[in-house]
Design a protein around this ligand. Structure first.
Ligand SMILES: NC(=O)c1ccc[n+]([C@@H]2O[C@H](COP(=O)([O-])OP(=O)(O)OC[C@H]3O[C@@H](n4cnc5c(N)ncnc54)[C@H](OP(=O)(O)O)[C@@H]3O)[C@@H](O)[C@H]2O)c1
Length: 227
């Protein structure tokens, strides 16, 4: 079945995506900075009968991210799915929010490093093998600001929109190669929706073998529940 690597694995979406793919027989590799959090996620997954392993790395420290993927390649089945959904836990040094009038090179650069350069680095570790095998799914999560103007997130949205642009181009460039790149803009507040209800969307994209844009909003989730 292969391995799913979750870059930016936390107790929210990351854990839920791990559960969904683990239940389907995937090996699970989790990347985040804090080893203690990863240990806790691995324990929760083990309680659910899912084998997982944590690989501490910082997206902002590119060599550590590359090392994590090297270790994953040594310890697991080939990576069939990459899921990129890091989320800063509260205010973090350098990752400040700025509205459009306050956007500066200094306050955009860290977000480009985090979202764009992080995603490019992670993808570079798995895409060559996926292309050689002719199979794989690349999933990238952002919030609503990547798609429509969200003034309060002027600098973050700029970086997420750039990530979205790259993913959609990647999707086009991958046509006919058996590898799919999908952008998943989530448009609800983190506390509005149970991530266990969000994660099956990622499985559906993977199993459907269709890249491009796959938005998920509260309204779409409610409609899915009713159908
Ligand atoms: N949950 C929702 O309903 C919802 C709603 C809207 C948007 N979203 C989007 O969904 C995604 C996931 O959000 P979530 O809150 O549910 O995430 P989560 O899976 O609970 O946690 C994400 C993890 O990313 C890790 N991270 C942060 N900075 C990192 C770095 N520099 N290097 C490596 N890992 C890093 C953090 O762990 P460490 O601090 O240990 O590194 C954090 O635990 C995000 O893209 C978010 O914008 C989610």
């Amino acid at each position: 079945m292969g391995t799913v690597v979750i870059v930016g694995a936390g107790p929210g979406l990351g854990l839920s995506v791990a559960k969904v793919f683990g239940e389907q027989g995937f090996e699970i590799a989790l990347i985040a900075r804090r080893a203690a959090t990863l240990d806790d996620l691995v324990e929760q997954l083990a309680d659910a009968g899912i084998a997982a392993a944590g690989y501490p790395a910082d997206i902002m420290d590119r060599p550590s991210l590359v090392r994590a993927f090297r270790d994953i390649a040594a310890n697991h089945e080939p990576v069939e799915v990459l899921e990129f959904s890091p989320a800063p836990r509260g205010p973090e040094k350098g990752l400040v929010l700025a509205g459009p009038l306050d956007v500066s090179v200094a306050n955009v650069q860290p977000h480009l490093d985090f979202y764009v350069h992080g995603a490019i680095t992670a993808t570079g570790q798995v895409l060559p093998d996926m292309l050689e095998r002719g199979s794989g799914t690349l999933l990238y999560t952002t919030g609503p600001g990547s798609v429509r103007p969200t003034p309060s997130m002027g600098n973050v949205a700029l970086a997420c929109a750039a990530l979205r642009n790259w993913v959609l181009n990647l999707h086009d460039a991958l046509a006919g190669k058996g590898v799919y790149a999908a952008h998943v803009p989530l448009s609800f507040e983190a506390d509005e929706v149970d991530p266990d209800r969000v994660a099956p969307h990622y499985w559906d994209i993977h199993i459907g073998g269709e890249g491009g844009e796959h938005p998920l909003t509260g309204a779409i989730l409610r409609a899915k529940r009713l159908s």
